[in-house]
Design a protein around this ligand. Structure first.
Ligand code: CP
Ligand code: NVA
Length: 305
């Protein structure tokens, strides 16, 4: 496995399956209250330039359960927030820490930290990617769908919404494990050309459209994300552009009868997902949130162990 997890393209299919195997073992340890101090005395720095509930808590709790410590570092409290360069920050933090998780805006910032530092870097969300979320999503799909369907190859995942971090990472991750992926973004909010080109290499396994019904047709898994992400200010324009890009009972009719619904959370009910659909699928959605903990612990064991 690569030294860092900066985006889904850093992982091969084998890497992802190894992460699942470790994550499932760790999940079982938690269930059976078996201690597992695999990262005893290791310290993960957690730099947050944006807000977080799940990422912050699951990384901090995960490090604690692995016998180490997660150190919360808000950008406001770091000299980074006052203009200290990433180069210097990466050099210095590499002298203290065993790994770092970064949540920020620009993908280039996590790439630069990885380049200049000597410790593993985990992307905890950028505008471009959310690999930790997508590992948890794929793990949840495996739990719910692979008993019956045996392999990811027989599954179709449909993403409805913004061509942003979640769409990018689901496309790359989903195609890597073997699923078919369909994506519906509104005009003006489409995934960037490089992601479209990446998908096109998978021929009929990748569909890009502006039509939600076409994307949802026969899907086994439907996924959506908020209409306006952290840092996006044009909320009223977005509400108008995205009004037909939602998962509701009407859209569910186009998917398979036993389709599951995923949402990375936080969710805005009756915007990207109707209250009814959320309620009906909340068990899967909260299992998905729980799987953040197990999948990330597996990543930390691989990168910092
Ligand atoms: N899904 C997710 O990353 O949630 P947070 O923003 O709460 O970390
Ligand atoms: N697309 C959302 C995901 C939040 C987990 C955002 O970037 O705000």
């Amino acid at each position: 496995m690569n030294k860092h997890l900066l985006k889904m393209a850093d992982l091969t299919k084998d890497d992802i399956f190894e992460i699942f195997e470790t994550a499932e073992k760790l999940k079982n340890y938690n269930k059976n209250k078996i201690e597992h101090p695999i990262l005893k005395n290791k310290i993960l720095g957690m730099i947050f330039v944006k807000s977080s509930t799940r990422t912050r808590v699951s990384f901090e709790v995960g490090m604690h359960q692995l016998g180490g410590k997660g150190l919360f570092l808000s950008q406001n409290d770091l000299q980074l927030g006052r203009g200290e360069p990433i180069y210097d920050t990466a050099k210095v933090l590499s002298r203290y820490l065993d790994g770092v998780m970064i949540r920020t805006y620009a993908q280039q910032d996590v790439e630069d930290f990885a380049k200049y530092g000597d410790i593993p870097v985990i992307n905890g969300l950028t505008d471009y990617a959310h690999p930790c979320q997508v590992l948890a999503d794929l793990m949840t799909v495996k739990e719910y769908k692979l008993k019956e369907y045996k392999s990811f190859d027989n599954l179709k995942l449909c993403f409805i919404g913004d061509g942003f971090n979640m769409a990018n990472s689901l496309i790359v991750g989903g195609l890597t494990v073997g699923m078919s992926i369909s994506v519906a973004n509104p005009k003006g909010y489409e995934i960037e050309q490089s992601i479209k080109d990446y998908g096109a290499k998978f021929n009929s396994r990748f569909i890009f459209t502006n039509n939600v019904k076409e994307a949802a047709k026969d899907a086994d898994i439907l996924v959506t994300d908020v209409w306006y992400s952290m840092g996006q200010e044009d909320i009223s324009e977005r509400k108008e552009a995205f009004k037909d890009y939602k998962i509701d009972n009407e859209l569910m009719k186009f998917a398979k009868k036993d389709a599951i619904v995923l949402h990375c959370l936080p969710a805005h009910r009756d915007e990207e997902i109707s209250s009814e659909v959320f309620k009906q699928h909340e068990n899967v959605i909260f299992d998905e949130a729980e799987n953040r903990l197990h999948a990330q612990k597996a990543v930390m064991v691989k990168l910092m162990g």
